[in-house]
Design a protein around this ligand. Sequence first.
Ligand SMILES: Cc1ncc(C[n+]2csc(CCOP(=O)(O)OP(=O)(O)O)c2C)c(N)n1
Ligand SMILES: [Mg+2]
Length: 338
Amino acid sequence: MIGVNKLEWMYEQMVTARHYEERLREEYLEGKQPAFDISAGPIPGELHLAAGHEASAAGVCAHLRDEDTVTAPHRPHHVAIAKGVDLKRMTAEIFGRKTGLSKGKGGHMHLFDPDVNFACSGIIAQGVPPAVGAALSAQKRNEDSVAVAFLGEGAIDQGGFFESLNLASVHDLPVVFVVEDNEWAISMPKERVTDVENGAERAEGHHMPGERVDYDDAVAVYDAAEEAVMRARDGNGPTLLELQVHRRMGHFMGDPEGYRPDVDAELAHEHDSIERLEARMRDYDVDESELESIRERAEARVEEAIEWAKEQPEPDPEEAYEDVFSNPASGAVEGGER
Ligand SMILES: Cc1ncc(C[n+]2csc(CCOP(=O)(O)OP(=O)(O)O)c2C)c(N)n1
Ligand SMILES: [Mg+2]
C-alpha cells in the first residue's frame, strides 16, 4: 500500500506542474493578443499544456530513478517535472534562452536532459522506439534500469508504436508504454479513429500485460505502474498501460476549441486529478496545513524558475547552426558542399 511520503511526493509534482502551466499560459499570452500572433511575446511558437494530465506522470515517475529513461510527446511538462528535469534550465529552454537545456534551440516540445535521461519530441509516437532502444541497451548491459514511453491515445495507431510493442515483447525488454487517453487528438475524438475503446487491449496482440486506469486517479496509477515497473526491472518484460486523463485546456494555447462540446470541457474540469488526490490524502490524515505548505513550496519553485529564465541571455544568432547537425560535413554550416 502506498505510504504518506509517496502521496506527498506525487502531490508536490502535480501542484508544481499545474502551477507551472498556469504561469506559462500567462507568460505565453503576453503580447499575442488581440489578434493571435504566434511569434509574439516571451514564448514564441506553439505551446501544448498538460493541465489535467498530472496524475499520469506523478503515479508513474514515483517508481523511477535518474538512470531510468523517459520519453514524452509534445505535451511534456508534467512528465519532465516528475522525472526531475532541471526546472530552471527547462524554463529557459521554453523561453528560448541560451542557458536552456538545448541552448534555446529546442523549445517546449524538444526538452532534453541527459542528467535524468529525459527526452521529448513534437513528432507523434516518436519517443516510443527510442525508449525501446534504451530498454534494449539496459538489457544488453545487464543493468536493471527501465524505460518508459509516454504517448497520447492519438498515437496508438502509428506503425512505430506497433513495431515497438512487438520488439519489446519478443525480447522481453524492460519497458513500460504509458498511453495518456484524453479522448482527443487535436480536434479528433478517439472513437472516430481507433477500433478499441480501451487502448490497453493492444497489449493482447503482443502477449504482454495491459491495464487501463480510469478517473485521473494518481493512486490507482501508482499501483498499476508499480507492478509494471517492477516487472520490467525484474527482467520479466514490457507492459502497456492506458491512463484516463483530461485535457483542461485547448490542444495548444490559442486553440478556439470550436469542435469541442461545452459539456466535454466542463467534464474535464470536474475530473480534477489534484482534487481527487487531496481527498485521498485526507483519508490518510494529511492535514490542510501540510497540503498548503506543499503548494507554497511548489509555487515558490515555479516563480523562481520563471524569474531566472527571463533574466537569461538570448542565443547569439551566429550560433544558430551549432549543435544542430550531429556531424556536419565541412562547409555544411557555411552553406558549402556536403
Ligand atoms: C507523426 C505526426 N503526425 C501528426 C502530427 C500533428 N499532431 C500534433 S499533436 C497531434 C495529436 C496528438 O494527439 P494525442 O497523441 O492524443 O496527444 P494529445 O495532444 O491529446 O496529448 C497531431 C496529429 C505530429 N506532430 N506528428
Ligand atoms: Mg489525446
